[in-house]
Design a protein around this ligand. Structure first.
Ligand code: MN
Length: 130
């Protein structure tokens, strides 16, 4: 077991909700190098569609996305789970480590929080905590 490494985790099916292509490519590379598979959704609405279509072990949710942002999408996920059961862990990806962000993420039903730019060690720690 490698501490603080994505390769130290069991292989996960990850839904990556992120609108920025550079961040998408970087996160995909980090996840795949760690032995995980990922599906990309470019906004919150597409993330909800993907979750309705197939199961995921984890959602990495960018907060700021067009059409539907991460807070709104997570609230919709939790509302659906309240009716249908289940709980998929959601880790927020935030551009700025702003004061109050963590509270806002938890309030929206997110389980964890990673600030961008994404660092493997920080992401691995957040995943292992959920
Ligand atoms: Mn964004």
């Amino acid at each position: 077991h490698e501490e603080g490494s994505l390769a130290g985790l069991p292989p996960l099916r990850v839904l990556l909700a992120e609108d920025n292509e550079v961040n998408q490519r970087f996160a995909l590379r980090v996840l795949q190098r760690g032995g995980h598979t990922a599906v990309v959704a470019a906004n919150g609405r597409l993330a909800l569609e993907a979750l309705a279509r197939e199961p995921f072990d984890l959602v990495l949710m960018d907060v700021q996305m067009p059409e539907m942002g991460g807070f709104e999408a997570t609230e919709a996920i939790r509302a659906r789970e309240a009716a249908e059961g289940g709980h998929v862990p959601v880790i927020a990806l935030t551009a700025h480590a702003m004061k109050g962000d963590r509270e806002r993420c938890l309030q929206a039903g997110m389980d964890g929080y990673v600030s961008k730019p994404i660092r493997e060690q920080e992401l691995a720690l957040a995943i292992s905590q959920v």
